[in-house]
Write a protein that binds this ligand. Structure first.
Ligand SMILES: Nc1ncnc2c1ncn2[C@@H]1O[C@H](COP(=O)(O)OP(=O)(O)OP(=O)(O)O)[C@@H](O)[C@H]1O
Length: 225
């Protein structure tokens, strides 16, 4: 498995007590597959992604990314693993206003310590893959909402991640554009062999996923497919 969470428990401080956001969650995601995570607001979906992304360390349990047990990493080690092996697409396209689409991707190469100039060609290829061949030199304000989300998907793939974590990618899009973005994510997952986890409220698109799991009150309640 490319992504393995076993018996993960995460709590947050809550006044004098602790709030349990994840309660003994286990999830394994094979390469080249999409696991959709659904569940009510506050059930722990974003917390699950944050733990898988190594952005938050769980209180208990194991998170293994591309064969690396992240429990043994310090902050710098986790950040390096994240940059090299994990692609993240957030709900809102968090692009840098002053940079062109290609430059948004080149920054990722720079952050991973790779040379920026050769990254240009790779950025252009990836943008073409997500249907933005003609938009590489446009800045975010010159792109539609769907195009901006495509830039963030291409950016997440820039360093060839093993794990792709996607939080509500269609929430800002209408039905057809949302469907197109999800089709693209499934296609890229198959082509690149990423272990993809997709948090979504949108039950209309679930048939695209290989598996659907449901979070309820910090637990993985139902698993289908
Ligand atoms: N930084 C934090 N500090 C304290 N409590 C938090 C923090 N982040 C989340 N929580 C709490 O943890 C629980 C799970 O939150 P989480 O954001 O993971 O849920 P979610 O399923 O992603 O919700 P939504 O669908 O509304 O985004 C909630 O009760 C939330 O209030």
């Amino acid at each position: 498995m490319t992504l393995d969470l076993s018996d993960v428990t995460l709590t947050y401080p809550d006044g004098d007590a602790r709030l349990t956001a994840l309660n003994g969650v286990s999830l394994s995601v094979p390469p080249g597959t999409v696991t959709a995570v659904i569940g009510p607001s506050g059930s722990g979906k974003s917390s699950l992604l944050a733990v898988a992304a190594t952005l938050i360390r769980p209180d208990r349990g194991r998170v293994v990314v591309a064969g690396v047990d992240t429990g043994g990493l310090d902050r710098a080690g986790a950040a390096a693993l994240r940059r090299a092996r994990i692609g993240i697409v957030f709900q809102q396209p968090n692009l840098i206003a002053s940079l062109t689409a290609a430059e948004q991707l080149q920054v990722m190469a720079h952050l991973a310590g790779r040379p920026v100039r050769p990254a240009r060609a790779r950025a252009e290829r990836l943008l073409a893959t997500v249907g933005l061949a003609g938009q590489v030199d446009r800045r975010p304000h010159q792109l539609s909402g769907g195009q901006r989300q495509r830039v963030t998907i291409a950016r997440a793939l820039m360093n060839d991640p093993a794990v792709l974590l996607v939080d509500e990618p269609t929430s800002a899009l209408d039905h057809d554009r949302g469907a197109a973005v999800l089709d693209l994510l499934v296609e890229l997952t198959r082509e690149r062999g990423t272990a993809t986890v997709l948090v979504t409220h949108d039950r209309g698109h679930l048939d695209r996923a290989d598996r659907v799991v449901e979070m309820v009150d910090g637990r993985l309640a139902v698993s289908t497919g």
